[in-house]
Design a binder for this molecule. Structure first.
Ligand code: NAD
Length: 484
């Protein structure tokens, strides 16, 4: 099943932090894959910019190695990598010093689309914005792409928004959340807004509850310093999980366009209920036989930062009043999986009697590892001897539906970078959305900080602390199993 590719206009893309981990693992491979798909015109330039001492040949070798390691071999045949590398350039510069910036301004074509990807630590965002402006690169068809974390709390997010707004219009700012670029996340919108089947049922009258899980098996090694200042609430809940919640809960926008979609998402965030202390469970992973526990990973025996959080919230509007939303995310859990499960209510009356048991339809949107959508339906167990009911999945796994081509489905970064070039902000967060998300998050964090509360310990490879299970049990519900 070949995907249709519409080439974008010629562009210059500068990746600040072009020698960093994110550039190497995600941005450069994503650009290469779009190049192979024929979407990137041959006149486009990709310019890595960082402090590392590379000349052009050295950077091209770095790019080639990254692609060879991270892109499926089927896309690396022939001279495709060499052709791509011919479009790649490098410039050594420091966000905080003036050397190199004039050269950058000279190689950037002022008449084309110019995208500047801020793939550096957030403390440098303001310096980059300021220098781009000062060297005449902030006007016209300029876009800046800003990576998470977007602020540490409401005050810092407002400050960052104000700094960027000083030099750039909101229409030029692309705050990236790669979850929104995932194929299934967009499919979620297609399912909701292109089918009659689900939308009439998409409310508190028919939906019992919604649960969102983002479980990782990795710990925080390699990111300890950042993570211990952030924790699961800031690293995952405030941004990725909040965005998923918005898409699942928002009203239908009048059009699939940036203003309309982002307005609806913002309304959801503003309608989110405060979270009571008894509706939050925080945890820290313990050591396992071969890996350190959280406290050793961060080298701070007194750390009160959570590597796991589960919470229950609600949305106070007509559609969702009374429907609980359970969200959990954590490190070193049993399996790596991200999913949204919409659990529908039981049928109002069972004509099959008590033996048939309780059954509920569940629509599951799986974001990783195997993107796909599954609808659990109840059928009769085959065979004679009465009416026994079983739940079976109507399954649309991309890997199975698309076969070997599944690995060629554009990944989130491919789609989002091309959206930047096309000037489409629909899948990017607007400044007011980010601020609203922090406005909800800040008081929750303040609750446990004021009490100096320590997270509960949980076993590595488990589903998280026992109390997280209790969060749902006490409501007569249960989490779905964390499994790949
Ligand atoms: P990294 O430390 O691996 O790379 C940082 C890059 O910035 C390097 O190229 C370095 O040379 C450059 N740099 C550092 N100081 C500089 C300066 N003063 N002037 C110019 N360049 C400078 O970091 P990373 O993991 O690539 O992360 C980059 C950004 O992306 C961070 O904001 C991070 O939070 C965010 N992010 C990273 C990931 C990931 O998977 N790595 C995921 C999501 C978000």
């Amino acid at each position: 099943m070949a995907t249709r590719v519409i080439p974008v206009d010629p562009f210059d893309l500068v990746v600040f932090g072009g020698t960093g981990d994110l550039a190497r693992r995600k941005i450069l491979p994503a650009l290469y894959r779009r190049f192979c798909a024929g979407q990137i015109p041959k006149e486009a330039n990709i310019i890595g910019a960082a402090r590392t001492d590379f000349d052009e040949a050295g950077y091209r070798a770095f790019v080639r190695d990254a692609i060879t390691e991270l892109v499926p071999a089927v896309l690396c045949a022939g001279d495709a990598i060499a052709a791509f590398c011919n479009r790649v350039h490098y410039i050594k510069l420091d966000a905080r010093e003036d050397d190199g910036w004039e050269t950058l301004a000279q190689i950037i074509n002022p008449d084309r689309i110019r995208a500047f990807y801020f793939s550096v630590r957030p403390e440098l965002f303001a310096d980059l914005a300021e220098r781009l402006y000062r060297h005449g690169m902030a006007s016209g068809e300029t876009r800046i792409v800003v990576e998470k974390p977007f602020g540490h709390d409401l005050a810092s997010a407002c400050e960052l928004n104000a700094t960027l707004a000083h030099h750039f219009d909101e229409t030029q700012i692309y705050r990236i959340d790669h979850y929104l670029g995932k194929e299934t996340v967009q499919n979620l919108m297609a399912i909701r807004f292109a089918n009659m089947l689900f939308e009439p049922l998409w409310n508190s009258q028919y939906v019992d509850h919604i649960q969102i899980t983002v479980a990782e098996t990795v710990g925080i090694a390699g990111r300890a310093e950042y993570y211990d200042r952030a924790g699961a609430m800031r690293d995952m809940m405030q941004n990725h999980m909040m965005q998923l919640l918005c898409l699942i809960a928002m009203e239908p926008p009048a059009k699939f366009e940036p203003g309309a979609v982002r307005d609806e998402k913002l309304k959801v965030i503003r309608a989110l209920d405060d979270v009571a202390p008894e509706d939050i469970v925080r945890g820290q992973y313990d050591a396992s036989s071969d890996k350190l526990g959280y406290l050793d990973d961060v080298g701070n025996a007194n750390s009160t930062t959570e590597s796991f959080i589960a919470l229950k919230t609600g949305i106070s509007n007509w559609r969702w009043a009374g429907t609980p939303f359970y969200l959990r995310t954590g490190k070193r859990l049993k399996a790596r999986t991200s999913e949204i499960a919409v659990v529908f209510k039981d049928a109002p009356h069972s004509i099959f009697g008590a033996d048939a048991g309780r059954h509920a339809n569940i629509l599951t949107i799986v974001l990783q590892p195997n993107e796909g959508i599954e609808l659990g339906v109840t059928i009769k167990e085959p065979g004679p001897g009465g009416m026994r009911l079983i739940d079976v999945p109507l399954d649309m796994s991309f890997a199975e539906t698309l076969g070997p081509e599944a690995e060629l489905v554009p990944d989130a970064y491919e789609r989002l970078i091309m959206d930047v070039i096309r000037g489409n902000q629909t899948l990017f967060m607007r400044g007011d959305e980010v601020e609203a998300a922090w406005r909800w998050t800040d008081p929750i964090i303040a609750q446990w900080q004021e009490k100096g509360e320590k997270p509960l310990r949980y076993e590595s490879g488990s589903p998280g602390p026992e109390d997280a299970l209790g969060l749902m049990y006490r409501d007569g519900r249960h989490w779905r199993e964390i499994r790949e």
